[in-house]
Each structure stands twice: as C-alpha cells, then as structure tokens.
Design a protein around this ligand. Structure first.
Ligand SMILES: Cc1ncc(COP(=O)(O)O)c(C=O)c1O
Length: 452
C-alpha cells in the first residue's frame, strides 16, 4: 500500500465561514444517523499532523484539545503510525482472552516500567477509561471482598453503569439512569479555589485537606459507612471534567495514609492526567504517592483505542475467568502503546510538557492581569485552565462568558474545551512549542476581548 504523501501545517488557516459547507453537510448526516452525544464544536476533522487539525473544508486549526488529552505525542506521529502499519500487515486480532500475544506482554511490561512504584505490577487491558474503572472495581472487590466505594464530588470516571456510579461532575450524566451500582458514597474534593466547605479566603490549602479527611472520618466512617466495608477510594490526582481542580499538595499522601489505616485500596484514575500531561509521566508523582491501582486510557496508545488497569501484583484476580474482554490489549493498540512510550522518552515530551506548560501558564496569568473576568488560572504542565467569574471576590462562575470565549477561540482557529461549570481548558499535544503557545494566547486574548 502506498503511503500518503507527507504534509505539514505551518499555522492556523481559516478560509471558509465556520462551520464550512462540507462540515454542515456531515453534521446533518451525523444528526440523522447517530444517537445524541456530547458534541462541543461543529468541527468535522479530516486529517491532522502534530498540533494541527484540518477539517473537511480545508480549514486548519491549532488543536489545544488533543482529542481530549489523547494525542499527547501529536496527531499521526510518524513512528506510531509506522508501528501500527507494520502490525496491520502481520495480524490484527486473535483474542487475547484465550490466546497469547507477544506484543501484549511487551506493552504491559513497558507500561509497568513507566507507572509509579518499584513493586511488581500486573496489567489488565481494556478499551476505554470507563472500562478501566469497571475492571478496577472488580479487581478491588475481588481482592478484599468489600462492597463499598468512596469517590469525590466533581469526579468523572466514565459513563457505563459501574463507572457512572463513581462519577459526580454533572447531573445530566445520571438523570434518569438510577439505580447505578449500589454502594458508592461521594465526599467533597479539596478544591482550593472554591472551598467546598464555603470558607473561602482564609483557609490554608493544607488545612483544606484536613477538613476533607476529617469529614470522611468523623461524619462518614463513624456514622454510617464503616470503613471495614469500604473496598476502595476512587480518586483523580487532579480532577479533569470537574474543572481541572488541583488539590493541595499534601492531599493524596494523607488520603493514602487514611486508606492504609483501614486496609482500603486506592484506585487512582489517571485516565486524563497520565502519560506526561502534567509534566511528570503520571500526576501521582507530583503528590509523592505510588498507587497500587491506576486506571489508564486516552493517551496510552495515541488514539488507537486502549485502556488499562495497572495493579500491584498482590491484587491479581484469584481465579481465571473473573474478568476478561475480547479486544483488551488488541495487537494494533499494543504496538501503538509501546511506540508511544518510546517516542515520549526519545523526544523528551514529559520534560517539554513541564517546560512549555510553565511558560503557557505564565502567559495565561498575564491574561488574568488584563481581564477581571478571569478568576483563576490553574493546572500543572500542559493541563491548564482558566476559570471565568462574574466577580473575583465572590468567585461566582460565569459560564456564559466562558461559552462565548470558547466559541470565539474556535472562530480564531484555536480548539479548546470547556470543563467544570465555568472553566476553559487547554491541553495541547506535548510536542507543542512556545511559538505555538504564543499563537494560542493571541487567539484567546482576541476571543476574550470580543466576548466581554
Ligand atoms: C479521569 C477520567 N476517567 C475516566 C474517563 C472515561 O474515559 P472514556 O471516555 O475513555 O470511557 C475520563 C474521560 O474523560 C476521564 O477524564
């Protein structure tokens, strides 16, 4: 098969009204043939390279969404593409449930080598983040035989019935779908910007951690949820869909300590934060914890569908057949994942994420100086967001200005994504360069000016 001729984008180029005529035609067909989903922007993507996406009308956008933190090595990375094409020629599928693949073993080994913790680990492969969390629930229950879980208000862990029971970021996800999996209790997440206990302005971030843990111990564990019945805490190191909430730096260590006092497991959901997004390979590393269970997906294989749960070997399923799936660790995904990890190391993308991320954050802080409707700039590495408020003092969210800025960014050729009630997130591929960040800042600046 002849490879398509290589091409490269130099910058943003919007040449039609948005959406263009081809995009409109396809969106009409989408509405006709697909069930309603969660579309944010009328972009119909045709092809992409690195940090750029071209739509079906030939418009080129600067992509600061990375397909929701998936294409961390950039769109259609040549080395990942080659690995997948070579595998395409050999074999696509033979069922990792019942037979063995060398590529799957190699991918598992590569993943265990980059995830935190020097203990021996084992991997269960899935096809998505929700499915990783479903598997994690079963691994936890299978290990300790306990039935209850504690997750956090603002959390997003997926939309399948088990994962949905842990999710608590938007009511629409759950409305009309009860009962979900029974046995899930939600507790406040330590949000330093909008304190869940309503005492903004004078509480130290570390004190906020103590309040959340006190709440769990004094109100939850001692009154209605005996800790001996809790199988696991399920937690994001930084809340993603909940609004890019970075908890106080001592939070996870203290949560792990509380968990271990009661022999409760911790399922760390790094589906969005993983693979260099925050300037470390995994966000857990910022907080000095080594989770025994990590849920992964998204950027693990650069867009070839894959997820995984990585667990301490002591948590292995007790019997064969307790859990399995047809496609987990599919051959194309396995080679894509191995190559993704290789590329991340060769191109020092984790380091780039930290370096360009801090430059980007500084530039966003400059915008905050300029526009009083930006209440907060937050995030680590290239997982960044700005939060729009009606009033900086009350921090009342302003979703309407956020939505206008989001749309105006799109009209300026920059793809971003909303998160939480009033924040706009920027999650470019980790290959992004400072001059591309400047390009984005210019688009955001003009978008805000127009939206006021
Ligand atoms: C932290 C987290 N967990 C789980 C999921 C669900 O992943 P998926 O959409 O692949 O099921 C997401 C998706 O955004 C996520 O951000």
């Amino acid at each position: 098969m002849a490879e398509s001729k290589e091409f490269e984008y130099k910058g943003i180029s919007i040449t039609t009204e948005l959406p263009g005529p081809e995009a409109k035609r396809i969106i009409d067909l989408d509405e006709r043939y697909l069930v309603r989903s969660t579309k944010s922007l009328p972009i119909v993507a045709k092809r992409g390279r690195d940090v750029f996406i071209e739509d079906v009308d030939g418009n080129v956008f600067l992509d600061f969404s990375s397909g929701i933190s998936v294409t961390n090595v950039g769109h259609v990375h040549p080395k990942v593409k080659r690995a997948v094409m070579e595998q395409l020629d050999k074999l696509w599928h033979f069922a990792g449930t019942d037979f063995y693949y060398e590529a799957q073993v190699n991918a598992a080994k590569a993943i265990t080598e980059v995830t935190p913790g020097s203990f021996n680990k084992k991997v269960f492969f899935t096809n998505s983040g929700a499915e990783s969390n479903e598997a994690a629930i079963k691994l936890a229950k299978g290990f300790n035989g306990r039935q209850q879980f504690v997750s956090f208000i603002g959390a997003f862990h997926g939309r399948t019935q088990g994962a949905l029971s842990l999710t608590a970021s938007k009511a629409v996800h759950k409305r009309g779908f009860f009962p979900t999996m029974p046995g899930v209790e939600h507790v406040p997440y330590p949000n330093p910007y909008r304190n869940p206990f309503g005492i903004d302005g004078y509480e130290e971030p570390d004190e906020l951690t103590n309040r959340v843990l006190d709440y769990i111990e004094k109100f939850v564990f001692s009154t209605y949820l005996p800790p001996e019945d809790v199988s696991a805490f399920v937690v994001e190191p930084i809340q993603g869909e909940g609004g890019y909430i970075v908890p106080p730096m001592n939070f996870h260590k203290k949560l792990f300590k509380l968990a271990s006092e009661h022999d409760i497991l911790v399922i760390m959901d790094e589906v969005q934060t993983g693979f260099g997004r925050t300037g470390k390979f995994f966000a857990s590393e910022h907080f000095g914890v080594e989770p025994e269970m990590i849920s992964l997906a998204k950027s693990i294989a650069s867009g070839i569908p894959m997820g995984a749960v990585v667990v301490h070997e002591r948590l292995n399923f007790k019997y064969s057949g307790m859990h399995s799936n047809t496609y987990g660790g599919n051959l194309l995904a396995s080679v894509a994942s191995m190559e993704t990890i290789k590329v991340m190391k060769e191109e020092r993308l984790v380091e780039n994420s930290a370096e360009v991320g801090s430059y980007f954050k500084k530039r966003l802080e400059e915008l905050k100086e300029k526009y009083s409707s930006i209440g907060d700039v937050r995030g680590i590495g290239l997982m960044l967001a700005i939060d729009f408020v009606k009033d900086r003092r009350t921090k009342e969210p302003d979703p309407s200005i956020r939505d206008r800025v989001f749309l105006n960014c799109y009209h300026n050729g920059l793809i971003s994504l909303p998160t939480g009630s009033s924040a706009l997130r920027f999650i470019p591929p980790l290959t992004v360069k400072k001059d591309q960040v400047d390009m984005a800042i210019d688009a955001i600046d003009r978008a805000i000016k127009k939206s006021l």
